[in-house]
Design a protein around this ligand. Structure first.
Ligand code: GLP
Length: 242
C-alpha cells in the first residue's frame, strides 16, 4: 500500500486527476470504477480541466459507478447519475453507453445487479477503482456489518450514511432514499488497482483505523489491506492518525 499525503484537499484532488489523466494516456481503453460524495468533487473538477486542456481523453474508456440509490430514477436530482452528469459525464467525451451507473429505479433490481456485474465482466473487469470512504469506514455502500456481500447487491442504508448524503437531497436527510444498490467488496477487490481518496480532519480517525488497524467487516475499508495494489491519496488533515 502506497500512501501519498498532500498539503491540502485541493492538492490531493489535483494530483489524483493528473494520475487518472496519465492512466488514460497509457491505457486509453481503461475500465474505471468511479465514486460519488463530496470528497471527489475537486478531483472531478480538475479532471474536467485536464480534459479541456486535451490531456484526458475518455473516448475509449469505460466507467462503472460504485453505487446508486434504490427507488429513484437516474433523472432524479438526488441520484448519483445526476451527480456524475453534473461533475463529469456532461463535460467529457465519455461515450454515454459506456458510462455505467446502476439503475436504482428499476423494479427488477435482481436483474439490474446481475446485468451490471455481467457488463463489468464483459469489459474485462475493473482496471482501476477509485474509492471514497465514509466516516464509519464504508466503501461504496458497503456498511459495517458482521458479514459483507461480495458482489453487487441491494442494501438498506444506515441513518448516518443517509445524513452524510443529505447534500444531495437539499440538506434534508429524510429525503435521502432508504436503500441503495452497491458493488460488493469482492467486486472492488478484484480491480487490478485501487485508489482511496480521503480529505479533511473528519476522516482522520477512520483512515487511521482502516489502514493501520485489524481487518474486519466492521470497518469495510480495512479490507483494502488485502489488496496488493492500493494507492491512498489523502491530505494532511486526514493523515493525523496514521
Ligand atoms: C457515500 C458514497 C460513498 C462515499 C461516501 C463518503 O455514502 N456511497 O461511496 O465514499 O459517501 O462521501 P463524502 O466524500 O461525501 O464524505
Amino acid at each position: 500500500m502506497r500512501i501519498v499525503i498532500h498539503r491540502t484537499a485541493q492538492d490531493a484532488g489535483t494530483a489524483l486527476a493528473r494520475f487518472v489523466a496519465r492512466v488514460l494516456q497509457l491505457q486509453p481503453d481503461v475500465t474505471l470504477g468511479l465514486p460519488t460524495g463530496q470528497t471527489p468533487i475537486l478531483f472531478y473538477r480538475e479532471l474536467v480541466a485536464l480534459h479541456r486542456a486535451g490531456e484526458a481523453d475518455f473516448r475509449q474508456a469505460t466507467t462503472f459507478n460504485l453505487d446508486e440509490f434504490a427507488g429513484i430514477s437516474g433523472d432524479d436530482p438526488r441520484s448519483f447519475r445526476t451527480f456524475m452528469r453534473k461533475h463529469l459525464f456532461s463535460h467529457v467525451n465519455l461515450p454515454p453507453d459506456r458510462a455505467h451507473v446502476l439503475d436504482g429505479g428499476r423494479k427488477d433490481w435482481r436483474s439490474e445487479i446481475r446485468e451490471f456485474e455481467s457488463a463489468m465482466t464483459a469489459a474485462g473487469g475493473l482496471d482501476l477503482v477509485l474509492l471514497g470512504i465514509g466516516r464509519n469506514g464504508h466503501i461504496g455502500f458497503n456498511a459495517p456489518a458482521s458479514a459483507l456481500a461480495a458482489r453487487t447487491h441491494r442494501t438498506r442504508l444506515m441513518a448516518g450514511t443517509r445524513r452524510a448524503n443529505a447534500a444531495l437531497a437539499g440538506g434534508d436527510w429524510r429525503r435521502v432514499p432508504t436503500h441503495a444498490l452497491s458493488m460488493g467488496i469482492g467486486t472492488m477487490l478484484e480491480a487490478r488497482a485501487v485508489v482511496l481518496l480521503a480529505t479533511g480532519s473528519d476522516k482522520a480517525g477512520v483512515i487511521g483505523r482502516a489502514l493501520r488497524g485489524p481487518i474486519t467487516t466492521r470497518l469495510p475499508a480495512s479490507m483494502l489491506q488485502l489488496h496488493p495494489n492500493v494507492l491512498v491519496v489523502i491530505d494532511r488533515a486526514a493523515a493525523t492518525r496514521l
